[in-house]
Design a protein around this ligand. Structure first.
Ligand SMILES: Nc1ncnc2c1ncn2[C@@H]1O[C@H](COP(=O)(O)OP(=O)(O)O)[C@@H](O)[C@H]1O
Ligand SMILES: [Mg+2]
Length: 340
């Protein structure tokens, strides 16, 4: 795997399901660290719905990949003592796929649809009456004899997850009763998450090492855990029984992550904006083709973190480096032989 591939997989939109199969997964709101305000709200909603013996209102969760949307939904199902079925928007190709899933739900079950903004429109339309009236249209028979019948389904909760809230159509958006966003985690929260996983995996980690991982993890638990896995690999092959900060440094180096959590692609993007556009503004399309990266990935994965770090801003004319950061970044990328 070359450096770029490693970065892409580091913050990929989707996680390989086998990757964490033996890792710690939070199963209660208490074990789910951070997102304190959101957790408080969701705990009340789920508790109230459970007491009324009703399904929860349909919920739309918005936030960059890896922040814990799927995990949170699984915890909610656990609290409600119902089943959760997990599927992904782009994988549902035909309306029949969704109808089959909806018909299989027990009362109050949760249906979790990941990347809901990428669901084909015909499939999305099935959701409208399912969400609002708990009914679906089913086609029976074939050819001239085919007819559509409208069948009831059990009352359920739809949890839609999206990395791109602006891409949700208005009719779909209006059918959600609750709309919540997940924010990036603080470094200290990520350090706690790292410690939680390390304890579970039996790795001895100093507080300092956990904080170091937290500070480089782009505010994202999935990345923090990925770094921890590499730390564990290195500790294992070098026969070290505790992971100090030097070992964390080596893991970060392997992954091509710098002390601020920036990867090769982040640096490449900033460097292009500075050297080719004198700090911007530059359109997303132009930028994407210059660094040979997918537009959506730039928008949903790289930009949010660069903006949070204050290295990038969005204007009506495109992306640009904020004035306050320009001299520092120019010094870093221009004429200093900075090689991305
Ligand atoms: N608040 C948290 N506390 C502990 N671990 C978390 C937390 N949020 C996410 N994780 C872990 O991070 C990884 C990514 O979470 P996931 O729910 O798949 O994110 P998303 O669905 O938003 O992409 C999982 O391994 C999950 O266990
Ligand atoms: Mg997910």
């Amino acid at each position: 795997m070359n450096a770029i591939d490693e970065h892409v997989s580091l913050i990929a939109l989707q996680e390989a399901p086998e990757e964490w199969s033996n890792d710690f997964m939070p199963k209660t709101f208490d074990e789910y660290l951070g997102q304190v305000e959101l957790k408080k709200k969701l705990a009340i909603y789920t508790q109230a719905a459970k007491m009324r013996n009703e399904p929860l209102d349909h919920l739309l969760l918005f936030g960059p990949p890896g922040l814990g949307k799927t995990t949170l939904s699984q915890i909610m199902a656990q609290v409600m003592e119902v089943q959760i079925k997990i599927c992904s928007g782009p994988m549902m190709e035909r309306t029949g796929d969704l109808v089959a899933i909806l018909s299989s739900l027990e009362p109050r079950d949760i249906l979790f649809i990941d990347e809901i903004h990428r669901m084909p429109i015909a499939v999305e339309e099935v959701l409208y009456s399912a969400m609002e009236h708990f009914r679906v249209d089913v086609i029976v028979g074939q050819g001239a004899g085919a007819k559509s019948i409208n069948l009831p389904i059990n009352p359920f909760t739809l949890i839609g997850a999206t990395t791109k809230s602006g891409a949700i159509s208005a009719p779909l958006r209006s059918r959600f009763g609750i709309f919540e966003r997940l924010d990036f985690y603080l470094d200290e929260e990520l350090a706690q998450i790292v410690m939680q996983s390390a304890t579970f995996l039996g790795i001895t980690l100093s507080q300092e090492s956990a904080l170091k991982i937290g500070a480089c993890a782009r505010g994202t638990p999935r990345i923090a855990k990925k770094i921890l896995r590499r730390v564990r690999d290195i500790a294992q092959v070098t026969n070290e029984n505790s992971a100090d900060t030097a070992l964390v440094d080596r893991a970060l180096q392997f992954l091509g992550i710098d002390a601020e959590g920036l990867t090769t692609i982040d640096h490449l993007m900033l460097q292009k904006i500075i050297t080719c556009f004198n700090g911007g503004p530059v359109g997303l399309e132009t930028l994407a083709s210059m660094i040979a990266e997918d537009k959506d990935t730039i928008e949903q994965v790289y930009e949010p973190y660069l903006m949070r770090k204050g290295y990038l801003e969005k204007t009506s004319r495109g992306r640009q480096i904020p004035h306050s950061k320009l001299p520092m970044l120019k010094a870093r990328y221009v004429g200093q032989g900075f090689i991305v």
